[in-house]
Write a protein that binds this ligand. Structure first.
Ligand SMILES: C[S@@+](CC[C@H](N)C(=O)[O-])C[C@H]1O[C@@H](n2cnc3c(N)ncnc32)[C@H](O)[C@@H]1O
Length: 237
C-alpha cells in the first residue's frame, strides 16, 4: 500500500492549522478545572434551556455538540438521543468530560477533540447540532455555521444559545473584555447582536424556527435559537 504523499506547502498548511488550534485551545485548557468547578450562573435559565432542548430531541436522533466544555449538558442530554458526539477544542475540557463519563457511563455518549471552525468530514450525518455558549468564541462565524450546517441532515436542527455581547453595556465589549484579554483572563470573542447572529444563520441557508431568552433575570443577552437546515430539493424526474 502506498503511503499518502504530502507536498511541502500542504505540510506547512497543516502545521499552521495545528498551531492555530493550539493557540485557540490554550486559554480553555488553562481554565478547564476552574470552569468545571464554577457553579452555573443562572440555574433556572439553564434548566429552562435543557428542558427545551430535551423536548426537541428524540432517542432516534444522532446529535453533535460543538464546544461541549466539561460535558455537563451532554451528560444531561445524551439519554434523549440515540447517539451524542460531544466535541471541544480543549483537551483539558475533554479530559474532565471523559472522567465524568467514566463515573456515569452512557453507551450513547462520546467525547472527542474537534475545532468548530474547521470544515467537517461527516457531511449530512446528524439530526441536530448543539452549540451552547460557543458561537461568540469561534474565529470565523460564517465558517463555523457552514460546518454545522454541512454536518446536518436535510431538515436537521442547529440549536444554540449564545451571548450577544453587543447587547451588553458597551463598556464591557469595548473596554473590559479587551483589558481582560490583554492580561490573559478572557479569550478572543466575536461581538454581535441578536439581529446580526440571526442574519449570519440565514446567510448560511438556515431557517430560523424560534428565538427565545431563557434567563431568569431582567436582561438576558443570551439568545436561544432553533434553526433548521432546509429539506433537500426533490430529485428531477
Ligand atoms: C464558555 S465554554 C461553554 C462550554 C459549554 N458548552 C457550556 O455551555 O457550558 C466554551 C467552550 O468552547 C470551547 N471552544 C472555544 N473555541 C472553540 C472552537 N473553535 N471549537 C470547539 N470548541 C471551542 C472551549 O474550549 C470551551 O470549552
Amino acid at each position: 500500500m502506498h503511503s499518502p504523499i504530502t507536498s511541502a506547502s500542504e505540510h506547512h498548511a497543516a502545521a499552521a492549522t495545528s498551531a492555530a488550534v493550539a493557540s485557540k485551545a490554550r486559554f480553555w485548557n488553562r481554565i478547564a478545572h476552574k470552569y468545571a468547578n464554577d457553579p452555573i450562573a443562572d440555574l433556572a435559565g439553564y434548566e429552562r434551556t435543557v428542558q427545551r432542548v430535551q423536548a426537541l430531541l428524540s432517542t432516534e436522533h444522532e446529535v453533535l455538540e460543538i464546544g461541549c466544555g466539561t460535558g455537563t449538558t451532554a451528560l444531561r442530554l445524551a439519554p434523549t438521543t440515540r447517539r451524542l458526539v460531544a466535541t471541544d477544542i480543549a483537551e483539558q475540557m475533554i479530559a474532565i468530560a471523559g472522567a465524568k463519563l467514566a463515573n456515569q457511563p452512557m453507551p450513547q455518549l462520546h467525547f472527542r477533540l474537534a475545532d468548530a471552525d474547521a470544515p467537517v468530514a461527516e457531511q449530512g450525518a446528524y439530526d441536530a447540532v448543539l452549540a451552547f455558549n460557543l458561537l461568540h468564541l469561534v474565529t470565523d462565524l460564517p465558517q463555523a455555521l457552514s460546518s454545522a450546517s454541512n454536518t446536518l441532515k436535510p431538515g436537521g436542527l442547529l440549536i444554540s444559545k449564545t451571548p450577544c455581547l453587543n447587547e451588553m453595556n458597551p463598556l464591557i465589549p469595548k473596554l473590559a473584555l479587551p483589558l481582560l484579554r490583554a492580561i490573559g483572563k478572557a479569550p478572543p470573542v466575536l461581538c454581535f447582536d441578536a439581529a446580526q447572529l440571526q442574519a449570519a444563520m440565514t446567510e448560511q441557508g438556515l431557517q430560523i424556527l424560534a428565538v427565545e431568552r431563557h434567563g431568569s433575570k431582567d436582561k438576558d443577552w443570551r439568545l436561544f435559537i432553533v434553526a433548521r437546515k432546509p429539506d433537500a430539493p426533490p430529485l428531477a424526474a
